[in-house]
Design a protein around this ligand. Structure first.
Ligand code: B1M
Length: 211
């Protein structure tokens, strides 16, 4: 791994909140592709954080400070992932499902959607089915994205879709789902219109939905 990426990776692993933005900037200054910085330097580091948690070497506080370091670094990377000055091609509603506090992947999806020209309404984390429905009625988006990182919160995607159907709003919006435990098969089973494995794919899918 290139030295700049390695420093960035290690910094996120160590939860270095103040150093990570500088490490991202150094990698950019070295001419590294923002996508490589994101995937190989940052997302890969969070993957190792997860492994260390599973092995009992990291606990929730370590996961949390690594996540904060990652978020701080994303602040520097954001303008390089998001195009500016583009007229919106549609509205996209986004949220992490009820009971789930993970938002880094969702935030990345939001950035990529903005980069693809969408106006993004991000409802945040722990979003109840009712909140999604109220936001659909208020904002009339063409696309809605739900994120879940826990096997225990994935079922909330189905609960939300069922509630949307009952409220009569499912036909007005294309629903895509994603997050580490989510699969294409699961998406089909719960009646989502699409599944995306990463933020880039989510943006391409959303574009296809509105074209
Ligand atoms: Co959590 N956590 N966590 N955690 N955490 C995982 C998910 C876990 C896999 C760790 C592990 O055991 N290996 C595990 C889940 C196990 C399972 O369900 N099978 C886990 C656990 C158990 C927990 C707690 C229960 C721990 C506890 O309290 N005992 C707890 C739950 C809290 C809750 O939500 N109710 C918890 C808490 C936390 C923190 C708060 C400390 C923190 C989150 C902070 C934050 O998000 N602001 C945290 C973190 C950081 C992780 C790991 C280490 C990293 C997640 C991450 O940000 N990855 C994670 C381990 C792992 O994922 N390997 C873990 C980087 C991010 C870019 O990837 O979100 O997958 P990801 O997004 C990807 C794709 O999935 C996709 O695009 C992104 C890439 O471009 N994507 C979408 C995501 N959403 C999408 C939506 C789309 C399309 C694509 O369309 C709409």
């Amino acid at each position: 791994m290139q030295a700049e990426l390695e420093t960035l990776y290690e910094g996120i692993l160590d939860g270095d909140m103040s150093g990570t933005p500088d490490n991202v900037q150094t990698a950019l200054d070295a001419g590294l592709d923002p996508d490589v910085i994101l995937k190989e330097g940052m997302i890969a580091a969070m993957g190792e954080v997860g492994e260390l948690f599973e092995e009992g070497e990291y606990f929730v506080p370590e996961m949390l400070i690594s996540a904060k370091a990652m978020q701080a670094g994303l602040g520097i990377l954001r303008p390089h992932l998001v195009a500016s000055g583009v007229d919106p091609i549609g509205k996209a509603l986004l949220g992490t499902v009820q009971g789930d506090m993970h938002d880094i992947g969702k935030n990345l999806v939001g950035m990529m959607l903005e980069g693809a020209g969408f106006e993004v309404i991000d409802l945040g984390i722990d979003v109840s089915p009712q909140t999604f429905i109220e936001a659909i009625n208020e904002h009339q988006p063409q696309v809605m994205g739900m994120s879940a990182l826990l096997t225990t919160t994935m079922p909330k995607m189905k609960v939300t879709i069922d509630a949307m159907r009952d409220a009569g709003v499912l036909d007005s919006v294309k629903v895509m789902v994603g997050g580490a435990p989510v699969t294409a098969e699961f998406a089909e089973q719960i009646g989502a219109h699409g599944y995306a494995s990463d933020a880039g794919q989510a943006a391409s899918m959303a574009k296809a939905f509105v074209s």
